[in-house]
Design a binder for this molecule. Structure first.
Ligand SMILES: [Zn+2]
Length: 128
């Protein structure tokens, strides 16, 4: 069930505009995830060869699976916080888009006459 089902049409249109405005305020964002990487260099005398040693690092990497493959970017430790904020902004964008879909769907559902009701609109499409 759409959570806007019982919202009056005028309020829905206001909500649609407000939601679109919220979208414009989302800062630059990314999707995907941030990983902390530790690696073993392979040199037998290095501290990282010892059992229990986490290895060299940490290094940070952002990755995202896209339709055409995985995107990634190596990051310095001091860039990790900024990327976390960009990922949060991405989640914020997705949430607003979900809200927008709900509002638009509710508007369209209200506009469509219920099945079995008398046809309120002419069958011929306007503008064609
Ligand atoms: Zn090493």
């Amino acid at each position: 069930m759409n959570r806007f089902e019982d919202t009056p049409a005028g309020d829905l249109e206001d909500l649609r505009v407000l939601t679109l405005e919220r979208l414009t305020r989302v800062p630059a964002f990314r999707r995907g995830s941030l990983q902390q990487l530790w690696r073993k260099c392979g040199k037998p005398n290095c501290h990282c060869a010892a059992e229990g040693d986490p290895g060299h690092g940490p290094r940070w990497q952002w990755t995202r699976t896209a339709r055409d493959g995985t995107r990634g970017q190596a990051l310095r430790a001091d860039q990790a916080d900024a990327v976390r904020a960009e990922l949060d902004a991405g989640a914020q964008f997705d949430q607003i888009v979900d809200d927008l879909v709900e509002v638009n769907e509710a508007i369209c559902r209200q506009a469509a006459a219920p099945v079995g009701a008398r046809q309120a609109r002419p069958a011929k499409k306007s503008g064609t």
